[in-house]
Design a binder for this molecule. Structure first.
Ligand SMILES: *Cc1c(COP(=O)(O)O)cnc(C)c1O
Length: 456
C-alpha cells in the first residue's frame, strides 16, 4: 500500500489487548496515600466503605498485567479497538515534515475515553453485590460514561454534577437520565456536606472537589452504595492503558515508533492511558520518547503547582495524596475544558513529572480552541475542548520539527469529541471567547493541609 493510503491503522477484534498494564510494577518509591487523621498509609479496610475489593486491590497492586474480565471485554468490543489515524490533513495544513497520528477515543456513545474505566468499575461493583453507585461529574463526560456502564450492569447511578455545568449543559443531563441515572446539581441539598456548603455559600456554582465530597458522603452513608471516580486514582489510570497498549500494537503494524507522545491532562487518566506503556519502554531503555502532558493554563497543576501531600476533595473525606497540586481550595476560572479543572493530578503522573521522565506544558483556551477548529477543518472531527490542549501541543511540536527541518513521529490522544460542547466553538466564532488563565501563582502561598510532620 502506498504510504499516503495508510489513513488509519485498525486492529481486529482478536488483536485487542486482554490485560491492562499496571505501571506500579515498574516504579519504586511511590508515596502511599495517607489517612489524614493518623498519617499512616491508607489500608484496604479503610477504603472498603466506598470501593469493591477488586478495585482496592488494583489501586495498590504491584502485578504488571491485570486481565480484563470477559464481561468488560465484551463491552469494550462494542467500540474498541479504536483507530489510530494519520493526520495527513493537519500535516498539510501545517506544511510540516512531521508525521502526526492521533488515537481517537471519542468513538463511543458517551464521546470520550471515560467509558474505558466506567465499564470495569461498574462490573467490579456489580460482582461485589453493590446495587448503587454515586459519582461526581464536571463537564459531564464521566457522568455519562458511568450512567451508561451502570445501565448495562443493572446498577442504580446517582451523579452529582457541578452546578455550573448542570445549568450550561442540559443535554448532558438528559443523556445521563436516558440511561436511568439520577442527576443532582452540586452543591445539592441531598447531602449534609452540600447543605452546609450551601448555607455558607448560597450562590456557589460548585466545583469538582465539592461534588466529590457529596458523592463520597452519599456512598459512605449507605451499605448498598459505592463510589466511583473517573480520574486521578491509579486503578482508573490503569484501565485507560488499553489506549496505549492498542496504540503500540498499531505502530508495530506499520513498523514505526513515535518520537513524541502527547495527551491532555486534567486528573491524568487519558494521559496515563496512552503514556504509561511508552513510559514502560522508556524506563527499560528501549526508547527515548518525549512524553508530554498538556494542561489548561486555568488550572496548571503540573507546571505551576507544588509536589506535596494534599487533600483530594474540598470536604477532606478522601485520603491525602502526594501529587502536584494547586491546593484543594483552588477555584479555577470557568473554562470550556471543564475536564481539566481539577486542582491535583494522578500521583504516578506527578511522580514521573517530578522525576523528569515526562514533560508538561500549559495552554490557554483561545489558543487551544483555535487549534481545535483547525483540526476540525483538517481532519473532520470536532474535538472536545479538553482534547484541543493535546492538539495545540502536537501542532506546536510539528511546527518546531518544520523549523528544525526534521521529520518527527508524533502521536496524541484525541480523548473525546466536542459535540456536546459546541458552546465553546460558538463563543470562539462569535469572538466572545476570552482567555481565563490562572492568576500568577505563588508556590509558597498554595494552601496545603496543616498537619504537623506531613510534608517531611
Ligand atoms: C475528562 C476528560 C479529560 C480529562 O480527564 P483526564 O482524567 O485527565 O483524562 C480529557 N478529555 C476528555 C474528553 C474528558 O472527557
Amino acid at each position: 500500500m502506498k504510504e499516503e493510503l495508510i489513513r488509519k491503522v485498525q486492529l481486529t477484534d482478536k488483536e485487542m489487548p486482554t490485560a491492562w498494564y499496571n505501571i506500579q510494577a515498574d516504579l519504586k518509591d511511590l508515596p502511599p496515600y495517607l489517612n489524614p487523621q493518623t498519617l499512616k498509609p491508607v489500608t484496604a479496610e479503610e477504603l472498603a466503605p466506598i470501593f469493591p475489593p477488586e478495585i482496592i486491590k488494583q489501586e495498590m497492586s504491584k502485578e504488571r498485567y491485570i486481565d480484563i474480565p470477559d464481561e468488560v471485554q465484551d463491552i469494550y468490543h462494542t467500540y474498541r479497538p479504536s483507530n489510530l489515524h494519520r493526520a495527513y490533513g493537519l500535516e498539510r495544513m501545517l506544511g510540516t515534515p512531521a508525521k502526526i497520528f492521533y488515537k481517537y477515543e471519542g468513538n463511543n456513545a458517551t464521546g470520550s475515553h471515560k467509558l474505558n474505566s466506567a465499564v470495569p468499575q461498574a462490573y467490579y461493583n456489580k460482582a461485589a453485590g453493590i446495587k448503587r453507585l454515586t459519582t461526581e461529574t464536571g463537564a459531564g463526560q464521566w457522568g455519562s460514561a458511568l450512567s451508561m456502564a451502570c445501565c448495562h450492569f443493572g446498577l442504580e447511578c446517582q451523579v452529582y454534577m457541578v452546578k455550573v455545568s448542570y445549568n450550561q449543559k442540559p443535554m448532558r443531563r438528559t443523556f445521563m437520565q436516558t440511561f436511568g441515572a439520577g442527576v443532582a446539581a452540586s452543591p445539592s441539598n441531598l447531602t449534609q456536606f452540600g447543605r452546609d456548603y450551601l448555607a455558607q455559600n448560597p450562590d456557589s456554582n460548585g466545583n469538582l472537589g465539592i461534588a466529590i465530597s457529596e458523592a463520597v458522603e452519599d456512598a459512605v452513608s449507605r451499605s448498598d452504595t459505592n463510589y466511583a471516580l473517573g480520574s486521578v486514582l491509579n486503578h482508573v489510570a490503569m484501565h485507560q492503558t488499553i489506549i496505549g497498549l492498542e496504540t503500540q500494537k498499531q505502530f508495530e503494524k506499520i513498523d514505526m515508533y513515535p518520537d513524541i507522545v502527547i495527551a491532555c491532562a486534567g486528573g491524568g487518566s487519558n494521559f496515563s492511558g496512552i503514556a504509561f506503556p511508552f513510559v514502560r519502554d522508556k524506563l527499560q531503555g528501549k526508547a527515548d520518547t518525549r512524553i508530554i502532558a498538556a494542561e489548561s493554563a486555568a488550572c496548571p497543576s503540573l507546571t505551576k503547582g507544588v509536589y506535596a501531600y494534599d487533600y483530594s476533595d474540598v470536604g477532606h473525606m478522601c485520603p491525602i495524596t502526594k501529587m502536584y497540586t494547586l491546593g484543594a481550595n483552588f477555584m479555577p476560572s470557568g473554562v470550556h475544558a471543564g475536564g481539566l479543572r481539577y486542582h491535583g493530578m494522578n500521583p504516578i503522573v506527578s511522580k514521573l513529572y517530578h522525576d523528569g521522565v515526562i514533560e508538561a506544558a500549559a495552554y490557554s483556551q483561545l489558543d487551544t480552541l483555535k487549534a481545535g477548529m483547525a483540526f476540525a477543518q483538517a481532519e473532520g472531527i470536532i474535538p472536545a475542548p479538553e482534547s484541543t490542549h493535546a492538539i495545540k501541543c502536537a501542532m506546536d511540536e510539528a511546527l518546531k520539527a518544520k523549523e528544525e527541518g526534521v521529520s518527527k513521529t508524533i502521536v496524541f490522544c484525541l480523548s473525546g469529541n466536542g459535540y456536546f460542547d459546541m458552546y465553546a466553538y460558538e463563543a470562539l466564532l462569535a469572538g466572545s471567547l476570552k482567555d481565563s488563565n490562572a492568576p500568577e501563582i505563588d508556590k509558597n502561598k498554595i494552601s496545603l493541609p496543616k498537619i504537623a510532620g506531613l510534608q517531611e
